[in-house]
Structure formats: C-alpha cells, structure tokens
Design a protein around this ligand. Structure first.
Ligand code: AMP
Ligand code: TRP
Length: 341
C-alpha cells in the first residue's frame, strides 16, 4: 500500500538568535535553490520551538523579523515560497499534540540533540517542550504532507524520528495518510564548524561571538573573525585526504567551496601549497562579497517591520489553507468529533 504524494518542500529555522553563516550555507542558500527549481516551498520561522528554552519576548519578536528579513535578503521570494512564523498557524501545535501521543518517551530520550542540550545539566529542570521538541518538528513537516526537507547534518536524527512517527501513525490507525519524508542533506557545508573549535558546530547559541559569522556582521568584523580563526601551521594539501586530521583547515576549505559554489577539491587545486596567510584573506574577501549585499538588504528591510509582519501574515494564511484539510483529516482518523460551526 503506498500513496504517492505531490513533491513539497518544508524547512524551518529557529529565531532564537541571529542567523549565522552555518544557517546560510547549511540551510538558507539551499532553500533558495529549491525555490528556484520550481517545487512548492514552505519555509517557517519556528518560534514555538524557540521558546523551548527561555526567550525574552521583545528579542524573540525582533529576531523573528530579522530572520524573515534574512530569508528575503538571501533570495526567498515570499510570492513564490510561503514564508511565515509557526505560531500563526495553530495546526502545528494541534498536530504536535496528536504526535505526542504517537511518539514514545524512549524515542525522545535517544535524541542526541536532547542529550547534548542537557549534558552536564539537570535534565529534570529543562522544559517539557524541549523534550518534546522533535514531535513538534514532525508536526511542522507532516502538517503539509511535505515530502522533502532540506536541513544541515545536525537535523538528520530528527528527520528519522519524523519518519518513525509517520510510520507508527499510519500503522496504528491503518491508514496511508502521512508521507515518509526524505531528508535533503547535500553540498559542501552541511556542517559548518565553529571558527574557534573545529570539533563544535557553528551555532547562534555559542557564548563566543568569535566562533561564528553572523549575517548582520559588517565587512571588517567578517575579515577580523576569519583572520583570527583557529588553524594549524601547515600549508593546504593537494587532496581532501590531506585534511583528514585537520578539522579547522577542512572547515575553512568547505566554507570557501560552499560560498564559491565550487567543490572542496577545486578549492584545494587552487590553494595547494599555500598557507593560511594567503588563504584566510581570500576567504574573507569572498565571504564579504557574498554576504555584504545580504546584510545591507536585511537592514533595509528591517527599517519597515510592519511590512515584514504583513508578509509573514500573508504567508501564514497561505500555509493555513494547506494545513487545515490535512489537520481535519488527521483528527477524523484519530476519532475526534469535528462539528461544523
Ligand atoms: P537552527 O539554527 O538550529 O534552527 O538551524 C536551522 C537550519 O540551519 C537547520 O537546517 C540546521 O541544520 C542548519 N544549520 C544550523 N547550524 C548549522 C551549521 N553550523 N552548519 C550547517 N547547517 C547548520
Ligand atoms: N529543529 C530544526 C533546527 O533546529 C528547526 C526545525 C523545526 C525544522 N521544525 C523543522 C527544520 C521542520 C526542518 C523541518 O535546526
């Protein structure tokens, strides 16, 4: 028994901090490519996920608008893609509740992101929402019957869980209702690492601002951060194999490749034998050339927050129109009465 679903792309980013170069290369840049391939694309600022850890309300509002500006500045066209913030479409929270009753505690407890976020801390004191986070993520995706989800490497396990939830729902209720979603993890920068520590991913929540490039950083800051990025003393090798035990060097090569739309091999062909004294300034120039227009457009858009809110509202209406019949059917399948009022 297998139903075919119309290809539809969904992805989300948390507005829990400013967007980073990791978000840009691992997610945003690829969201734009998908939009331009002509498949239906739905992109969501997941504010309900953001509050699984404490968010100052005014900051959250600001960061949600800034992330929306970042999406548009990077090339998401809100006419062609649907762009909205999660909390405006109530179906996300409603379907998540159903999934909370499908998913098992043990599944959640095995999530490495949960384990990482609670490592060395008292898990008992974390929010219940943080534990259930992946169930809400499954709801985000399945509320639209999305078939493909472009993300960075760190989200792979959450997408496997999304498949498990769809499979268990379909099995328990003897339906073929939710699609088995495919993760789309591709390109040279599916895991951009911290500029201070090649074993940690670049993250908006890292306490050190030097560890990341923010999409709001100006040209001097970008150049300075790459100049100070941790590296080793060796010149760049001729082949990728030569980067094996050099995580910081490999990270900078991957960033260059992703920004320039080149393969890492081609970058090494250009820079083999050269040291970081030559490579870092070239990388900084490339990053500034690619990111500065986005930064400038973001700040232009941020001058008119009401227009951003209007765009998000229109996106939410379009998202809701797709979500409503799917949610209604899910409720019917689970045995809930839905009388027309
Ligand atoms: P988040 O900022 O955690 O909401 O992540 C939003 C999207 O950006 C997800 O698809 C992540 O996989 C991706 N992402 C976040 N950080 C990185 C990174 N350092 N490298 C590659 N992709 C990333
Ligand atoms: N958990 C994702 C992250 O932190 C964000 C997210 C929420 C998401 N819902 C989603 C990504 C649905 C893809 C699809 O990166």
């Amino acid at each position: 028994m297998s139903t075919s679903f119309t290809p539809r792309i969904f992805s989300g980013i948390q507005p829990s901090g400013g967007l980073t170069l990791g978000n840009y290369l691992g997610a945003l840049k690829r969201f734009v490519q998908k939009q331009d391939e002509g498949i239906e694309t739905i992109y969501c600022l997941v504010d309900l996920h953001a509050i699984t850890v404490w968010q100052d309300p005014e900051r959250l509002r600001h960061q949600t608008r800034e992330a929306a500006a970042g999406f548009i500045a990077a090339g998401i066209d809100p006419k062609r893609s649907i762009l909205f913030n999660q909390s405006q479409v109530p179906g996300h929270a409603q379907l998540a509740w159903i999934f909370n009753c499908v998913a098992r505690m043990g599944w959640m407890g095995r999530m490495t992101q949960w384990k990482d976020k609670t490592a060395g801390k008292n898990a008992e004191a974390e929010s219940l929402g943080l534990f259930a986070y992946p169930s809400l993520m499954a709801a985000d995706i399945l509320l639209y019957h999305a078939t493909h989800v472009p993300v960075g490497e760190d989200q792979k396990q959450h997408l496997e869980l999304t498949r498990d939830i769809a499979i268990k729902f379909n099995h328990d209720y003897k339906v073929d209702f939710f699609p088995i979603t495919e993760p789309v993890i591709e390109g040279a920068a599916t895991r951009v690492m911290s500029l201070r520590d090649g074993s940690k991913k670049m993250s908006k929540s890292d306490p050190s601002d030097q560890s990341r490039i923010n999409l709001t950083d100006d040209a001097d800051t970008i150049a300075q951060k790459f100049r100070k990025a941790r590296t080793d003393a060796e010149p760049l090798p001729e082949t990728l194999a030569g980067l094996k035990d050099r995580p910081e060097a490999r990270n900078l090569v991957n960033i260059y490749a992703a920004l320039a739309d080149m393969s890492p091999e081609a970058v090494l062909a250009d820079y083999a034998g050269k040291g970081f004294g030559a490579f870092k300034p070239a990388l900084a120039d490339l990053a500034v050339a690619k990111l500065s227009p986005i930064t400038a457009e973001m700040s232009r858009l941020m001058a008119d927050p009401a227009e951003i809110d209007r765009t998000l509202g229109e996106g939410a209406d379009r998202a809701d129109a797709i979500a409503q019949p799917i949610l209604a059917r899910a409720m019917e399948i689970t045995g809930m009465i839905r009388s027309r009022r």
